[in-house]
Design a binder for this molecule. Sequence first.
Ligand SMILES: [Zn+2]
Length: 473
Amino acid sequence: MAPSPALRSTVALLATTFAVAGTSAADSASPFVQRLADSVRIQTISHQDPAQFDREPFEEFLSFLRKNYPATFRTLSIEHVNEFSLLMIWRGRDEALEPVLFEGHYDVVPIEPGTEQDWTFPPFSGALANGYLWGRGSVDDKGAVIGLFETIETLIGEGFAPARTLYFSIGHDEEIGGHEGSGRIAQLLEERGVRLAYMIGEGGGMMVGHPLLPDRLLAMIALAEKTFVTLTLTARGEGGHSSIPPDDNSLVKLAKAVAEVHDHPFSPQIVHPVDAMFSTIGQEVDGFTGWLLRNQGLSAGMLARQMAQDRMGAPFVRTTTAVTIFEAGIKENVVPQTAEAKINFRLLPGTTMEEVVERVREIVDNPEIDIHAEQWGDNPPVARMDGEGYRRISEAVEAAIPDALVVPGIIVGTTDTRHFAGLTRDLYRFHPTFWLQMDDGVGVHGTDEKILIEGLERVPALYRELMTRVAAR
Ligand SMILES: [Zn+2]
């Protein structure tokens, strides 16, 4: 969903205001913001190729935590998992209450080579300027890790003790799948027979300037994420010398098949929890759009088609199709015998991998094309809106950020939360530090990742409400 002109001008106005007021941002920022900035400067990069892993910044990050949060390390039981991830337990007084798990990760994605110069401030500067904290990891996801530690440390200092046991999973490899970190932590907990009431992980957060409701601050609690499925299409043909070319060309067959799949997107539809997201937002939207959002019994088809026309809106109303890899041919004068393509699908809740394969088979309609499917883990069910976790997160938001509207939602990417699917029925995705300015300038995984300091300053109060309410009986 593209930002409206009104939103763009609001953002521009904010940016100028901060540019004027922001000269002394570094001095006036709270200790929480300062520490988050310090943590951004530690280059905990996850590389796709394990050989490129540099352990030093990860060790540095862990000593940074130990140094800044001594009471946390004294009070909680803390276990290193695969060296760099932390499983932390804050024992509650009441053993009868099922524990709750908070999740966050401190690894970040690399800076795309050649784009370093495009950053307004160097990518790991942790600069506090123009109203923003700048740098890789400032949004995704060091804020959550630092936010959790700050809150625990503060609460211990005040003599707070939880009634309910709290678990914390601090991952070090989320950006490359999370198998060594969160994945292993979840496995350990399963082996120990732990059962969680619910978990609160990465995905949702605070949103400024949502295209449907640009003037409201939204607190989006994501109840689900889309399922990640990749299909590999393989075509075989005769092959041979290009001077006497065969008719049966693997590459051409594959190209036709891939084009067909691309040209036949899944039809748009509104499924849960997108229906709940739209109707909640619709309560606050005027005019025809508001009516459409509130009256899905009548408008669902029209609404889905309208959303599907927009590149940013479409992922919320359809299982998406993206052709991502094409591999064929080794030499310009040789017709290849095999050609392979990968197509990445993100499935709406309720759609299965088998259905995607079936549909692609029909579209391709060529038995000579081999189709192989792979899914990233089991996708957990949609978390309950009437569950205790949703209620406590909502109450925390209402207490700490009364100007925000709590909205259920879905995320179109994937996070580490899915690893915990075996431990609980309800996985909520909500990080108070994900304070997103929804213009195109957020820069998560891209250039100029940055977060609004004004938002960050409200985070400690929200985290405090969240943790104390979750820890209560
Ligand atoms: Zn992340």
